[in-house]
Design a protein around this ligand. Structure first.
Ligand code: 4NP
Length: 166
């Protein structure tokens, strides 16, 4: 575990949804002056080492965040020891993460949208085979989740880590 609170966002390929979720969360943390470690990864290794999808980069850039330097990677066992929160972008991924999490590993695995009031159990849809509208819709969801998550983390996260983050 790192000294600072650490959050990992997880989708399938780590080229669309989770880099956007990470970007929205970074932007929200910057807005609130919170220092929280975060990263994003994929369940699969198909895009290992690649930059995010250009459509995801465009949407993030339109909201003031440059994600072109991110390099996709697959989740690994030690992530469940390093991160306090491991958040799946959809329900299937979250179920997979719960299976992959080693018994006794400290990370709390949850569905990202469970942090949003009224959106418990909601998946962020995969925009990969969609168009610009689908990517805009993903941004709207992950931005909402970023606001809700930072609200929750400032309220009731691991207290000494939040003290360090402020
Ligand atoms: P992501 O989107 O999980 O949001 O990064 C996808 C990217 C690639 C693939 C599927 C989803 N793919 O099948 O290669």
């Amino acid at each position: 575990m790192s000294e600072k609170l650490a959050v990992l966002f997880v989708c399938l390929g780590n080229i669309c949804r989770s880099p956007m979720a990470e970007a929205a969360f970074r932007a929200e943390c910057a807005r609130r002056n919170l220092e929280i470690n975060c990263d994003s990864v994929g369940i699969g290794d198909w895009h290992e080492g690649q930059s995010p999808d250009p459509r995801a980069c465009d949407v993030a850039k339109a909201h003031g965040v440059d994600i072109e330097g991110h390099k996709a990677r697959q989740i690994r066992e030690k992530d469940f020891y390093h991160y306090d929160l491991v958040l799946g972008l959809d329900r299937e991924i979250t179920d997979d993460l719960k299976r992959l999490s080693p018994p006794g590993a400290p990370a709390h695995v949850d569905l990202l949208m469970n942090y949003v009031h009224g959106k418990v159990g909601t998946s962020v849809p995969d925009p990969y085979y969609g168009g610009a509208q689908e990517f805009d819709d993903v941004w709207a969801m992950v931005a909402q989740a970023a606001r809700a998550l930072t609200d929750r983390l400032t309220e009731d996260a691991v207290p000494e880590k939040m003290a360090a983050a402020k």
